[in-house]
Design a protein around this ligand. Sequence first.
Ligand SMILES: [Zn+2]
Length: 295
Amino acid sequence: MEQRTIKKAIEVVGIGLHKGEPIKLRLEPLDVDAGLIFYREDLALTIPLSPSSVLDTQMATVIGEKKRGYISTIEHFLSAVYAYGIDNMRIVIDGNEMPIMDGSAISFCLLLDEAGIQKQGKSKKVIVLKEVVEVKDDDKFVRLLPSATASFDFKIDFEHPIIGTQSESFEFSTHNYVEEIARARTFGFTKDIQYLQSIGLALGATLQNAIGLDEHRVLNPEGLRFENEFARHKILDAMGDMMVTGHNILARYESFAGSHSLNHKLTVKLLSDSKNYELVELKALQSRTFAKSFA
Ligand SMILES: [Zn+2]
């Protein structure tokens, strides 16, 4: 499988979740081996995508430089980048957060569809797991296991009548992603939103870009897109957070009650020891299944 970029530059304007202001996002093609590079146009600040660029994982995954500037909420966008197998692209943004769109990744998929995928003639490099890598926090965990295919299994347990205990198992392919994961939206609780807005956050949050829940029910008039939309969104997030490594990861991902914080610790731990993984040219892999899943 060859490395991929996009065929042409493309632009979209959306609202930022936290400031509630319009943000312009432009995607530009890059050469082979250039990687995924974020650029804050308003600050002339380049932020290469890597776990070492991660500044914060409290509310969302945030990359940047402490003194110069940051970009928040990169995970939904990067989830679509993972699914489309894009290796080289410049992501130009004129504010400090990615547009939230409808709270899922489907708008980013449509954007990439419109830009078109360009094969670049040189072999794609992927991270292949060699050892089990795990991060725990009490009963919560995230782990990556060696596997011939990429799959994601997520279980959550919320004390809420609508969410409760739910899970999703997902065998990755681009097609399956668009059908089963990309449309799953982020979610928030009324009581948290009220607090966040009182401290100047989540100002752009509406029922157009998140599933809203009070103590008993879903507030969105259209209801849920999937019965287990919450668990599916957690997989969407996990894929985006694994893409912070800059590469697709060939592994099985499993989590109970994982978070951006645990996902970040997982990628740091993974890359901290070369016994854990190998960066492999996809054509050299014995299993062709992974390459086929991007077809
Ligand atoms: Zn999310």
